[in-house]
Design a protein around this ligand. Structure first.
Ligand code: MSP
Length: 499
């Protein structure tokens, strides 16, 4: 039987700002899912990258007096270095300025054009030169542009439109018939609501005249225009999977999952499936949508200048603990608020006091009472059977949680399991038993089972906190070999100074 495939993507990040907590969260989710599916025998593939065309890049580059190509090259390298430093690797990193990607965008545009999905239309409106764009009612006050306080001029320009609206009915039915297509459900409902209220949608303008913006992919059928940045960026999911020629492309595409934040639902839920249809490709399998990290209840983003840098978090706490916090604190699909104080509390409660303590005390007792070698067990009694059931229940709930991307629930179950093992040791009290006549069997059995459960816990934790998991397994040592006590597994963190 051929192996199952799993293909997962992060969004292609805009190359105009440094990596922050929002980018880091999605990238951590993708890394976790890859490890999860790999452990289940799937052949995995993943894509991340940088979105480098469009007006935003030109503006950001101009502020630094740099050509856009030089500017985006720098930021793209920064993203790549950051993920490498944090151990978050992807199979392919696509820059939308890669010649191979540019060729794919042109191939896709030509195909869609040849199939009659694209047509030029005259666009007429009020254009503000200061803003370099057409104004809407909302941009004007007393007939003047709000930002530039000057009258916009009437202009006509040709725009190429992708005839997206003809497929709204099809898409609506597809979403209705495939409940897991867009998840969690609130976002599926949101996409359906967008399709119901077609006034907000219409056809998609996919071109910008070069006279206005020349930093983009040229339309192959009209060299005076460049491609709209979203049309270009979404195609990176195909470029990264080896479209059109890679022999592995069909298997990857048939098992594709996109992870995104909720602000980019519309292009992924509406534009993208219709673009795929126009290209003769099936829709992706899943669009999985997460909420925002907020700081003081505001969205963390570069424009607010209050971003949380993953490298700073790594330096302060170690990336593993930050990663644990991201996965444990956010309910997938909902917003969560970030603060260092909550991170410290969460890590101390779950990892230092519960899991870390379990590992240290067990290894210390094995060292002290059993010469540092995990003992053989006597027969399991009621207490052993009960904690074994806790372990099985935890493994089953991790499985169920991961099928629905409830990362936080998966971790809650694993930490709950560590709590059950702690209580088991408390109940058996091997440090007391050793002093009692005949207590030897209790010592051996309880420490044997405790070590076995710790191994199981480490295995369950592997996709979420791979470094911590490996470290626990290392300390348990080879089967039959000596355990390694080591320093405290997760030292208690100090509460951050209030500012
Ligand atoms: N370039 C587009 C994506 C194109 S995909 C074909 C883009 N880039 S982005 O850099 O602005 O955002 C990338 C991702 O980061 C998005 O999924 C967005 O939701 C996520 N986040 C940005 N700020 C965030 C938070 N504060 N919290 C969680 N994620 C958020 O959009």
């Amino acid at each position: 039987m051929s192996r199952a495939h799993y293909y997962v993507t992060t969004p292609i990040y805009y190359a105009n700002a440094e990596p922050h907590i929002g980018h880091t969260y999605t990238t951590v989710l993708v890394d976790t899912l890859l490890r999860w599916h790999r452990a289940r025998g799937a052949e995995t593939w993943s894509v991340s990258g940088t979105d480098e065309h469009g007006e935003k890049m030109v503006e950001a580059a101009a502020k630094l007096g740099l050509p856009p190509a030089v500017f985006t090259e720098r930021i793209s390298a920064l993203f790549q270095r950051t993920w490498a430093e944090l151990g978050l690797s992807t199979s392919r990193f696509v820059r939308t300025t890669d010649p191979r990607h540019v060729a794919n965008v042109q191939r896709a545009l030509q195909h869609v054009y040849d199939q009659g999905w694209i047509e030029p239309r005259e666009y007429e409106g009020l254009y503000c030169v200061g803003c370099e764009r057409f104004m809407t009612e909302r941009d004007l006050e007393g007939g003047l542009c709000r930002d530039h306080e000057r009258a916009p001029e009437p202009r006509r320009e040709t725009n190429y439109f992708f005839a997206m609206s003809r497929e709204f009915g099809w898409l609506r039915q597809y979403i209705e018939e495939h409940p897991g297509f867009i998840r969690p459900e609130r976002f599926r409902n949101e996409a359906l609501a967008m399709l119901r209220d077609e006034s907000g949608l219409g056809d998609l303008s996919i071109s910008r005249p070069k006279s206005r913006l020349d930093w983009g992919v040229e339309l192959p059928f009209d060299r005076d225009h460049v491609c709209y940045v979203w049309f270009d960026a979404l195609l990176s999911y195909l470029t990264g999977a080896g479209w059109p020629d890679a022999p592995q492309f069909p298997a990857r595409w048939a098992n594709a999952e996109h992870l995104i934040g909720k602000d980019i639902l519309k292009p992924h839920a509406i534009f993208w499936p219709i673009m795929l249809k126009a290209l003769g490709l099936a829709p992706y399998q899943h669009l999985s949508v997460h909420g925002y990290w907020t700081l003081d209840e505001r969205k963390v983003s570069k424009s607010l200048g209050n971003m949380v840098s993953p490298l700073a978090m790594q330096e302060r706490y170690g990336f593993e603990l930050f990663r644990y916090f991201l996965l444990r604190e956010m309910s997938f699909g909902l917003d969560a608020s970030f603060s260092e104080a909550t991170l410290v509390e969460r890590v101390n409660a779950d990892l230092a006091n519960n899991l870390g303590n379990l590992v240290s005390r067990t290894l210390n007792l094995i060292e002290k009472l059993c010469g540092g070698v995990i003992p053989e067990a006597g027969p399991a009694g009621a207490a052993e059977e009960s904690v074994a059931r806790d372990g099985e229940a935890a493994a089953a709930s991790v499985e169920a949680a991961m099928a629905e991307l409830r990362f936080h629930d998966a971790l809650t179950s694993i930490i709950g399991y560590a709590g059950a093992v702690n209580r088991y040791i408390d109940g058996q009290a091997p440090w007391k038993a050793v002093k009692q006549p005949g207590g030897e069997a209790v010592v051996r059995t309880s420490l044997h089972f405790a070590a076995q459960h710790i191994r199981r816990i480490a295995e369950l934790l592997a996709p979420f906190v791979p470094g911590l998991s490996t470290e626990i397994l290392r300390r348990l040592g080879e089967r039959g070999g000596r355990v390694v006590k080591g320093e405290s597994l997760v030292p208690r963190l100090e509460a951050p100074a209030a500012d």
